[in-house]
Design a protein around this ligand. Structure first.
Ligand code: C5P
Length: 209
């Protein structure tokens, strides 16, 4: 078959990254975690000593940062997720990251991208769009387990509060807010194992290609 672009969107810790990786492996497609791009901008801002709310500095950073400079280890922490959602609300940051995401999606065989606005803004023409959700409590439990595994001292209540704040910021911003595309299929992973969610995701894509 021809090109296949798969857009996977959803809130923090919904399981979208895991599913996007599984889809990429299943279809033999390259995968881009677009959240990492926003995390890199946030990391570069903090490393340079800028105030995370400084939109002028963020615009300079987004047009000059080195994508290869950050080991993933330095991008996955709690503080960076929070900072990423602050810079992600800035139109100049979103505009600065748009081209590289579109270029990734334009590869000959297609690609899998995950994020918040892949189906709505980055790849509106993608035939297969998933919007992955889970309850805030389930997402908090998953993220808590992940952060504890990384050795961070976090509480479940603290993580739940983070998740609610990040949801509000990502859904409430005016530029590319988190929302399901009209033609996306919603997959609620709250009560599903990874295997169950992965086969449901493949089933959804099969119905669209
Ligand atoms: O997915 P992840 O938690 O790594 O994303 C970090 C932050 O980056 C999100 O909270 C969101 O604000 C932002 N983001 C975005 N658009 C994307 C991917 C991530 O606004 N496509």
């Amino acid at each position: 078959p021809g090109r296949l672009v798969i857009a996977v969107d959803g809130p923090a810790a919904s399981g979208k990254g895991t599913l996007a990786r599984r889809l990429a492996a299943h279809y033999g497609l390259p995968y881009l975690d677009t959240g990492l791009l926003y995390r890199m901008v946030a990391r570069a801002m903090l490393d340079a000593g800028h105030d995370i709310h400084d939109a002028v500095a963020a615009e300079q950073v987004v047009n000059s940062f080195d994508e290869t400079a950050f080991p993933e280890e330095r991008l996955r922490g709690r503080e960076i997720g929070e900072a990423a959602s602050v810079v992600a609300a800035m139109p100049a940051v979103r505009a600065g990251l748009l081209t590289r995401q579109r270029r990734f999606a334009a590869q000959p065989g297609g690609a899998v991208l995950d994020g918040r606005d892949i189906g709505t803004v980055i790849c509106p023409e993608a035939p297969a769009k998933l919007f992955v959700t889970a309850t805030p409590e389930v997402r908090a439990a998953r993220r808590h387990k992940e952060l504890i595994g990384r050795g961070e001292a976090v509480t479940l209540d603290g993580i739940l509060a983070d998740i609610r704040r990040r949801d509000a910021r990502d859904s409430g911003r005016s530029d590319a807010p988190l929302k399901a595309a009209e033609d996306a299929i919603v997959l609620d992973t709250s009560a599903l194992t990874v295997e169950e969610a992965a086969s449901a995701a493949i089933g959804i894509v099969e119905g669209r290609r």
